[in-house]
Design a protein around this ligand. Structure first.
Ligand SMILES: *[C@@H]1O[C@H](CO)[C@@H](O)[C@H](O)[C@H]1NC(C)=O
Ligand SMILES: *[C@@H]1O[C@H](CO)[C@@H](O)[C@H](O)[C@H]1NC(C)=O
Ligand SMILES: *[C@@H]1O[C@H](CO)[C@@H](O)[C@H](O)[C@H]1NC(C)=O
Ligand SMILES: *[C@@H]1O[C@H](CO)[C@@H](O)[C@H](O)[C@H]1NC(C)=O
Ligand SMILES: *[C@@H]1O[C@H](CO)[C@@H](O)[C@H](O)[C@H]1NC(C)=O
Length: 373
């Protein structure tokens, strides 16, 4: 689908740049909801109006209607100027990024969202990529938004209209609970690591799927808190946010030091990314403090030499002598607040992304933001 075909009739995109307020008011048929929200946060308007070389992802009126229909609580959030400011800051890139800079290889540009809503050095990130010839933006829980009107110039940079309000990334704990990684969420709680993980700054987490925990089910019951914590810490890289693009271009194989003290080995084989013997299933889910990559095996800190069979669809468990169980381990009492289906974008290229159909947009961001007030 070509972007130009999505231009609403009468959308005024000038060749010479206008003030932000002029662009918003001229295009009120598309952007009046955003305009009225901005009117409630004058400090942010002043920042944006005085900025140079920024990129604003402007949710259309329909994007806000969609959000309100799916999550009525978002209205309450938007009446709180501090929370609204946080949400809107997440829609602004520090830097001018015209649509021509979206490529099939994803990029992770920095937004204006910082502490207390994000614990990422330099500011929270978004993922931008061309998927099937469409410029797309992926936010918290890897929720997809589509650019419907690209490259509207204003005198501080460029505006892209998007069809979905972006979701502010949630903590690793909330992200695990609400994206179906309930075994990991429960395991972190059992190991008393959940709060500590959420409080880290700049983190990369390799998150085993529920199937991965089921595959070693016979072993998990025998683990005490200390042993479980040791295994989970081996899935965490502290002090480094390493996106798939970075891991795909780094040395191959690449040794990365974990919070457990041992190294994991990241490998590229057949265009896929592996960590020890685990395959990365969904890469680059943004969190408050970094990034989560979902993997198909639980990593074993006592088996650092486990290597993948890239030709196989499933990998042998990295724990010897285990057998699988049917029920997902550690999930007792783990109740999602909502369910987000992360988009799956093939590694390093944007083709054939599965765009989620029914997600409760912004709910996680709202919960996260609200937790601070
Ligand atoms: C904005 O970007 C232009 C072109 O890249 C550059 O020449 C200019 O110095 C930038 N201005 C600021 C304030 O960063
Ligand atoms: C950021 O980290 C601090 C402690 O390091 C923590 O108290 C705070 O809740 C974290 N912020 C978010 C948004 O998770
Ligand atoms: C981890 O790998 C680095 C090389 O990247 C090496 O210097 C270090 O000794 C390794 N640490 C352990 C615990 O194996
Ligand atoms: C290490 O992992 C491999 C699978 O990659 C498995 O076959 C082997 O039994 C494991 N070894 C130990 C000591 O857990
Ligand atoms: C991308 O294209 C493929 C093949 O034409 C299609 O199956 C898929 O649904 C498309 N994805 C999106 C997000 O449009």
């Amino acid at each position: 689908m070509h972007l130009s075909r999505l231009l609403p009739l009468g959308f005024a995109a000038y060749v010479s740049a206008q003030a932000l307020s002029a662009v918003l008011s001229t295009n009120s048929a598309t952007l009046s909801t955003l305009s009225s929200l901005l009117a409630t946060v004058p400090d942010l308007v002043q920042t944006l109006s005085g900025a140079q070389n920024i990129t604003i992802f402007a949710p259309s009126n329909e994007a806000f209607s969609k959000l309100l229909a799916r999550n009525p609580r978002s209205a309450e959030l938007m009446r709180n100027p501090r929370l609204l400011t946080g949400v809107l800051q997440y829609h602004v890139l520090v830097g001018r990024t015209p649509a021509s800079e979206f490529s099939t290889t994803p990029k992770f540009p920095t937004t204006m969202l910082t502490a207390p809503f994000a614990n990422v050095t330099g500011g929270q990130k978004l993922e931008i990529a061309m998927v099937n010839n469409t410029a797309m933006v992926f936010s918290g829980y890897k929720q997809a938004a589509m650019v419907t009107v690209p490259d509207v110039a204003f005198d501080g940079g460029v505006i892209h209209v998007i069809d979905t309000v972006l979701t502010v990334p949630a903590t690793p704990g909330q992200t695990a609970i609400n994206t179906g990684l309930t075994s990991l969420a429960g395991a972190l709680t059992n190991a008393q690591l959940a709060d500590g993980l959420d409080a880290l700054v700049d983190v990369t987490i390799f998150a085993p799927s529920n199937d991965a925990f089921e595959a070693i089910g016979s072993a998990v019951g025998t683990l005490d808190t200390q042993a479980l914590a040791n295994i989970l810490a081996y899935h965490v890289v502290s002090g480094q946010v390493r996106f798939s693009t970075d891991l795909l271009t780094a040395a191959n194989p690449l040794l990365v030091l974990t919070a457990q003290g041992g190294n994991i080995t990241v490998r590229r084989e057949n265009g896929q990314l592996f960590v020890n013997s685990a395959r990365v299933l969904i890469a680059d889910i943004l969190t408050t403090n970094g990034v989560v990559h979902i993997i198909d095996n639980v990593l074993n800190p006592s088996n650092t030499t486990a290597t993948p069979n890239a030709a196989a669809t499933t990998q042998a468990p990295a724990f010897s002598g285990v057998s699988s169980v049917v029920d997902s381990p550690f999930t007792a009492g783990i109740v999602p607040t909502t369910t987000f289906v992360p988009a799956t974008v093939p590694l390093n290229k944007g083709a054939a992304a599965a765009v989620p159909t029914a997600a409760l947009l912004l709910a996680g961001g709202a919960a996260m933001l609200a937790a601070h007030f």
